[in-house]
Design a protein around this ligand. Structure first.
Ligand SMILES: [Zn+2]
Ligand SMILES: [Zn+2]
Ligand SMILES: [Zn+2]
Length: 280
């Protein structure tokens, strides 16, 4: 099947299989809340911590399968996250929503648009319209300019394929905004659900992701917040989903990695920048 050109918007990179061991891998590019950790000007114990797991850039994941690799969101540190993880391939971009901590690295997709290649962008209609407004210079470009981002918009209104992975949008309430979480399935197997920003997870979504191998979920802090799940609310959602493992993300400086993780029930962990989850 190698070398047959484009499949579902992805390069047919089966030759990459050796490199990725045939597995889908999720790399946490960032696990921090909108201001990141440490927070500018803060002298709290977590912001001063020397544990590298307490250095959280803005939340995003990189998903690499042998046949296709994509990012979910491009935050303000997208460029440094790519350098840190030595990412040299992005076949598509999937957006959860258009808050600045999730989209401001958009222009740093330039290195992945070599030779005038168009970059498939998957987003809800509302998020796409914000992307077009903020990055009008890229979307309005009629003829591709070498070295610039040339986006190819795909409106997300149901499941879509990225290579062999079925990606299903999961609408979630995030304050007044409706954002997309995403379920990633391969060969009928529910590998991972990514719910980075939400205040509520509706029953229909719980039902859809029940038993997922890895639940990656917003757990901002211990105390309640109007637009994000707290630790106890995230644990309550996880209890209803029944995943193989739960990974907290989009975390603020209230949670020190080691001390906060020690307080969590078995099977629930705190993600950190650079962490890789393998789905062999
Ligand atoms: Zn966010
Ligand atoms: Zn702090
Ligand atoms: Zn947000």
């Amino acid at each position: 099947m190698a070398g047959n050109g484009s499949r579902n918007g992805c390069l047919s990179g089966y030759e990459e299989e050796a490199r990725w061991g045939g597995a889908m891998t999720i790399t946490f590019l960032g696990t921090g809340t909108s201001q990141g950790v440490p927070m500018v000007g803060c002298g709290c114990a977590v912001c001063r911590s020397e544990d590298p797991r307490d250095k959280r850039t803005r939340s995003s994941i990189y998903v690499a399968a042998p046949e296709c690799a994509w990012v979910v969101d491009t935050g303000p540190e997208f460029r440094v996250q790519c350098l840190r993880e030595r990412i040299d391939r992005v076949d598509a971009v999937v957006y959860t929503h258009s808050h600045t901590d999730h989209m401001m690295g958009f222009d740093d997709l330039r290195p992945f648009c070599g030779s005038g290649r168009e970059m498939p962008i998957y987003a809800s209609a509302e998020t796409m319209s914000d992307l077009k407004r903020v990055f009008n210079f890229a979307f309005a470009l009629e003829t591709p300019v070498r070295g610039y981002v040339k986006p190819r918009p795909h409106l997300v209104d149901g499941p879509f394929q990225l290579g062999e992975t079925t990606v299903t949008p999961l609408p979630l309430k995030h304050g007044r905004a409706i954002v997309n979480g995403y379920l990633m399935e391969r060969a009928g197997r529910k590998c991972a659900a990514y719910l980075s920003d939400c205040k509520e997870v509706p029953p229909v979504v719980i039902e859809r992701i029940r038993g997922v191998e890895a639940l990656i979920i917003d757990a901002l802090r211990y105390t309640g917040h109007p637009t994000h799940l707290s630790v106890s609310e995230a644990l309550e959602v996880a209890g209803r989903v029944g995943p193989g493992a739960t990974w907290f993300t989009h975390i603020c400086h209230d949670l020190g990695h080691a001390s906060a993780e020690a307080r969590l029930p078995a099977g629930t962990r705190i993600a950190y920048d650079g962490l890789k989850l393998e789905f062999p």
